[in-house]
Design a binder for this molecule. Structure first.
Ligand code: SF4
Length: 900
């Protein structure tokens, strides 16, 4: 490989052509100070702190933007360099307020640190007066541009990493400053408060607002954000056992030094006064504190009593898509070995069962077949059933970067306009619930026009003929009639998708939580195979709502699969697991999470153990779930808070949060990442894995583990595609990232060689008209979905004062035209009524929804939108449909503005 050799501070060093002096110096461990440089951003040489001298010519240049050239003789620290660098710092300080001692940036300020390192005290220059200009009322970010050094890091992070375009420079000369459009306050701008600019700002110009703890951190620990399925790396800074700040962590291939607003400001729940700090036993309707021995003894004896009296299948266990792989592995082992039942499921049943079934059936592995890195290299990206800016911000940023900087073309399928729409090459707005018809229509154009990847289809798939016949009826005319998407748009989207050498598909809950969720997933997998977009660096990305939905399933917290997706009816495999676990195993498929609730209502399930899930809020018809759980003979819940579900329990066990324990999460791509213990468990809480181990002990069936590493070692043995994790995780130095290119997990998931079962299998699926359309006066279609400022059911994010202050209450979005027809005004309090439930919320007008459609966000525990949904299960996956139903609106109270 061609290299260029230069001399730096008397040492000969070589680098690739195009490398800058700064990059080569850093590679060679030679320090050059910087303020405006960041390896994730385009270098612009704005601050000039990195000036160096070329001894041959005497030229001074900014090392961050000067490429190396053969023969250069660079001095990074000559008297001349030091003098000029010092002058630059003094000039910066001359226009900087003299408020270092009271500035909240404190010891984190890079300008202050640099001045101190250079021995600069008195600057000896006329000071340019600067007045502080803080005027934001948002709860997240405070801007004091009197401290801005014009390094443009915030602007570049906004444009290049997050691609939001909320800020840029305005004015010229001394008046120049980074600002929003029209210099509006942040809350009136496009800013989403992701906090990336705050984390990257070198001075006190951008600061976290409303700090829970205004102190300098003493420790920073790299871990993983638990608030959605993206799996962003995050550094949590602590002092005296308190998390004081969150910053984007090292680049793990997911978030590239960004976070979203939840990742930056959403961890207050860890220190919430609502946290459970000790076990509780409900005695005569009152929760009384108990010792761990008392609580676990009661749980053990009650579970054993019910097992003895009514049989093991009268018990049911619910694992968690928010708990670690190790914890889910232990819980399913406890359910199967200690209690003898396959009645084990996890919370991802309500949003990812369709993916597990659909992807498993077509491509042979129930998870994403691609990676975010690959997505960013795609020529075409099809996004369907996913409001990425709200539900998966890190993926949203990746799509925007791909479109804006790498020329990717976005095919966006979404009835509602989102922040991503402006990036779309083609925006298709199908009628709600008609996605399968649209996907089949795309495939029919591709086959009809001979645009399919014939070699891939012939060599690597089966059942193509049946598939081809099944979609023949999805003509453009038919698809247009069903979906409302113009036929020209469908045809051109199909051609574009098929023409790309690398095309990716991303889907989310809009597909997976619909009444025909598994059909939608299979239709998408068919489309990917039809165009050869599996195993070639492109593929399908199945989003998960929670941080470990994929991992909980991988670990066998499922009624029909043992760990590693081994069928519970595979006798040979059962023997292997029984040998490892030293116990006979139950036979037959157990109850899914939804069936457990029905079983409780019918009296067949008599005892339940729920780890880290809140079905009394997150499942459809919460009041019926409450009744069902309330009718159990015994319920034990381990959780962070006394949730709606925990309140129904006989025994409540306090669990530690993500920041208080070790383990691994598997994100939506299948990337296994290490969770680190950042602070000690709050009160007497324990990590979920320790609780299960103690429970097994109490039940007289101790499991042979005393550390996370030991559990991992067994997981590796029993789940072959997790092999290698233990080695990686035992490396305590870095956030663990699975070496995906080298690992068998990837060869299996990414289908470089062949499909796990030999061939991909086309699965014919037909569009079925939804039955929950308009009827009996329910003339509007409700869309429920995520909102950026809350996650899941909101149990954690509603306990962040900053997030709650910004978005305290649910709302109903409706088009002005629909509102006019109903004589409803913005701000009115209205009742949203479905055939099986109602809720109240205030009205917001929007132009992003089609007529006849209203939107209500999830994530508000006080007003769960789930109460509007009847229990309709996807016939294939058994997952409840929680996306759409028919509703009507009634005004409760007219909005009256407060008197001025
Ligand atoms: Fe990343 Fe999701 Fe956490 Fe936001 S909530 S920081 S996107 S993992």
């Amino acid at each position: 490989m061609e290299t260029v050799t230069i001399t730096v501070n008397g040492r000969e060093v070589s680098g690739k052509p195009g490398t800058t002096i700064l990059e080569l110096a850093r590679e060679s461990n030679i320090n050059i100070p910087t303020l405006c440089y960041d390896p994730c951003l385009t270098s612009i040489g704005a601050c000039r702190i990195c000036i160096v001298e070329d001894e041959r010519s005497g030229a001074l240049s900014a090392a961050c933007v000067t490429p190396i050239a053969a023969g250069m003789v660079i001095n990074t620290d000559s008297p001349r360099v030091r003098e000029h660098r010092g002058t630059i710092v003094k000039l910066m300080l001359s226009s900087h307020p003299n408020s270092c001692l009271v500035c909240d940036k404190g010891n984190r300020c890079e300008l202050r640190r640099l001045a101190s390192e250079m021995g600069i005290g008195e600057i000896g220059l006329y000071r340019i007066p600067q007045s502080a200009s803080i005027r934001e009322v948002n709860p997240f970010i405070e801007r004091d541009l009197s401290k801005c050094i014009m390094c443009a890091k915030c602007i570049r992070a906004d444009h290049e990493l997050v691609v939001q375009g909320a800020i840029d420079y305005i004015h010229r000369g001394f008046a120049a400053k980074p600002a929003t459009l029209g210099d509006a306050p942040l809350e009136a701008s496009e800013c989403t408060f992701c906090g990336t600019c705050v984390a990257i700002c070198p001075t006190g110009a951008l600061m976290e607002k409303h700090w829970p703890h205004r102190v300098t951190a003493t420790k920073s620990v790299a871990t993983v954000c638990p608030l959605c399925g993206c799996g962003c790396s995050v550094d949590l800074e602590t002092r005296n056992g308190q998390i004081v700040r969150a910053k984007p962590g090292a680049d793990n291939g997911v978030n590239h030094k960004t976070l979203c607003v939840k990742g930056s400001y959403g961890y207050d729940f860890v220190h919430s006064p609502d946290r459970l700090t000790g076990p509780l036993i409900n005695t005569n309707g009152e929760f009384q504190p108990a010792t761990w021995d008392e609580a676990l003894g009661l749980v053990s004896s009650e579970l054993q009593r019910i097992k003895l009296a009514s049989g093991p299948d009268s018990l049911a266990f619910l694992g968690s898509s928010k708990c670690t792989n190790e914890e889910n592995y232990l819980l399913q082992r406890f359910a199967r070995c200690v209690m003898g039942t396959n009645n084990i499921d996890n919370g991802s049943r309500v949003y990812s069962a369709a993916s597990i079934l659909g992807l498993g059936a077509v491509v042979g592995f129930p998870g994403s077949t691609s990676l975010l890195d690959s997505l960013e290299k795609s020529e075409v990206i099809l996004t369907i059933g996913a409001n990425l800016p709200s539900s998966a911000p890190a993926v949203d940023y990746a799509v925007r970067r791909a479109v804006k900087y790498k020329g990717a073309r976005l095919l966006l399928v979404d009835p509602q306009r989102t922040r991503l729409t402006q990036f779309a090459d083609t925006w298709m707005r199908p009628k709600v619930g008609t996605d399968v018809a649209l996907i089949n229509g795309l495939a029919n154009v591709i086959i009809g026009e001979g645009l399919l990847d014939e070699e891939f289809v012939a060599r690597r798939t089966e059942n193509f003929e049946a598939y081809r016949e099944s979609i023949a009826e999805y003509t453009l005319k038919h698809v247009e009639q069903v979906t409302g998407v113009p036929r020209e748009a469908v045809a051109s989207a199909a051609r574009l998708f098929a023409s790309a050498s690398l095309a990716s598909i991303i889907y989310g809950n809009g597909i997976a939580q619909s009444a025909a969720g598994a059909d939608g997933v299979m239709a998408l997998a068919n489309l990917a195979m039809l165009t050869g977009n599996i195993g070639s660096g492109s593929g399908i990305l199945a989003l998960h709502r929670d941080c470990n939905g994929q991992g909980a399933c991988d670990m066998g917290a499922l009624p029909d699969w043992l760990p590693g997706y081994v069928p519970v009816e595979d006798e040979k495999a059962i023997q292997r697991f029984a040998g490892c676990w030293g116990s006979d195993l139950p036979r037959g498929i157990g109850l899914s999470a939804v069936d457990m609730i029905s079983g409780a209502r019918e009296g067949k399930v008599k005892g339940m153990y729920i780890m880290g899930e809140n079905p009394a809020l997150g499942f459809p018809q919460p009041h019926m779930v409450e009744q069902a759980l309330g009718s159990l003979e015994f319920l034990a819940v381990q959780d962070l808070f006394l949730t709606e579900t925990a309140r129904l329990a006989k025994v409540v066990l306090p669990a530690s949060s993500f920041a208080e324990k070790e383990g691994t999460f598997t994100n939506f791509e299948g990337r296994v990442q290490r969770l680190r213990k950042v602070i000690a468990p709050q009160g007497n809480s324990l990590p979920d894995w320790e609780i299960i181990l103690r429970l097994a002990d109490a039940a007289g069936k101790a499991m042979p583990f005393s550390s996370i590493q030991q559990i991992m070692a067994e997981m590796e043995e029993m789940v072959p595609f997790y092999s290698g994790i233990g080695d990686q995780v035992s490396d305590m130095a870095d956030v663990y990232r699975l070496e995906i290119e080298k690992n068998s997990l990837v060869t299996r998931r990414l289908y470089r060689g062949k499909f796990p079962s030999g061939f991909g299998c086309f699965a014919p699926v037909d569009y079925r008209e939804a039955t929950n359309g308009s009827k009996d006066g329910y003339t509007l279609t409700l869309l429920a979905g995520s909102v950026l400022y809350h996650s899941g059911t909101g149990s954690r994010t509603s306990r962040s004062p900053r997030l709650s202050r910004f978005l305290p209450e649910p709302y109903v979005e409706i088009s002005e035209k629909d509102a006019d027809l109903l004589k409803i005004s913005e701000g009115d309090e209205i009742k949203v009524i479905s055939p099986c439930g109602e809720m109240t919320a205030s009205v917001r007008f929007t132009d992003r929804l089609p007529e006849g459609v209203v939107f209500i966000p999830n994530g508000f525990p006080a007003a769960p939108v789930n109460r509007l949904f009847e229990v309709t299960l996807d016939a294939r996956s058994g997952a409840p449909a929680l996306k759409t139903c028919a509703v009507k609106l009634e005004r409760v109270k007219r909005y009256e503005p407060a008197p001025r």
